[in-house]
Design a protein around this ligand. Sequence first.
Ligand SMILES: *[C@@H]1O[C@H](CO)[C@@H](O)[C@H](O)[C@H]1NC(C)=O
Ligand SMILES: *[C@@H]1O[C@H](CO)[C@@H](O)[C@H](O)[C@H]1NC(C)=O
Length: 340
Amino acid sequence: MMGIEWNDIHASPERKRQFFGVVYFFVLTFVTGIIGLFLPIYWILNGNWYLLLAYAAWYYYDRKSPKRGAYRQSIVAIVRRNPMVKWFAEYFPVRIHKTADLPPDRNYLIGSHPHGIIGLGINALFLSDKTGLDESFPGIRFNVCTLPVNFYSMLRREFVLASGYIDSSRESIEYVLRDSGEKGRAVVIVVGGAEEALEAHPGKHILTLKNRRGFVREAILTGSNLVPAYSFGENDAYDQMENPPGSKLRKFQEFMKHYTTMSPPVISGRGFFNRTFGSLPKRSRIDVVFGAPIEVQMNDNPTKEEIAALHEVYLGNLTQLFETNKEKFGVPKETKLQFV
Ligand SMILES: *[C@@H]1O[C@H](CO)[C@@H](O)[C@H](O)[C@H]1NC(C)=O
Ligand SMILES: *[C@@H]1O[C@H](CO)[C@@H](O)[C@H](O)[C@H]1NC(C)=O
């Protein structure tokens, strides 16, 4: 109708459920942040000082959680039972593929690539106990790193912690992988971050990784094995406005990133009512492939050369993982992984 593909109100219950899952995820990622920022202002305007003070006291008491492995495992386990995340994963669908075991007698630092617009694949696996992560890697407890800005606004902060996210600082990563003294822990870092989100165009496989060695250093400092993971299809879920390096749009985005730590990609997927245009992701499959762990020796004081050498090995293994799996997941033979 009118040249627009409208969402089908006669879709099967299964598809409706999946769509509901996507809307739920959208509310979590965007709407909770906005509510969390405006609620305190609303309280102030209405003179609800006692609510504000009570929250401030809680915030102070709980301030270390983002750097101390998030909330307790028992709380995270309850949040991960939420069936809506499974519906969300089925929408694309998101599938997990492992190429090797991760024995639980060690710790792991997992690099997840590419970031995509919002990391749909890795988040769908992590946020639910029904999307295959736990079955694939028994005995491993995962924490995904996210930008500290996600712990600033109220309610969103608590939700993110209860889901098991930790902040992406060194202190936070070192706590989980070393200072906790536990084994069978895995920290996932979406290494390319906000900068790589600006490279998330359909059919493109460009990783902001050439000069990012901090995660390799953390692996050495904590003696954690490095695991590369690649999400095929991650970049296909949204269209993004052209923003080649040097363009006006890219310059503006880099300016924003510099001041807010967040980059604003100009995206389009599908809408709530309109299948042609909107901010929800498109239905396109995402296959997350976990590579084999790279053995890392613990060292409190690695040299630049040692870090660079391990970084080289990691890039090589990641390229290998991409090459051996790409055609299975619809990437043309001639497409190469690029590091910038
Ligand atoms: C649906 O998308 C088209 C662009 O493809 C746009 O022109 C139209 O305004 C959108 N309609 C709604 C209701 O969002
Ligand atoms: C990683 O790369 C190194 C060489 O750079 C190689 O020896 C090793 O077998 C690779 N590991 C995997 C799992 O591909």
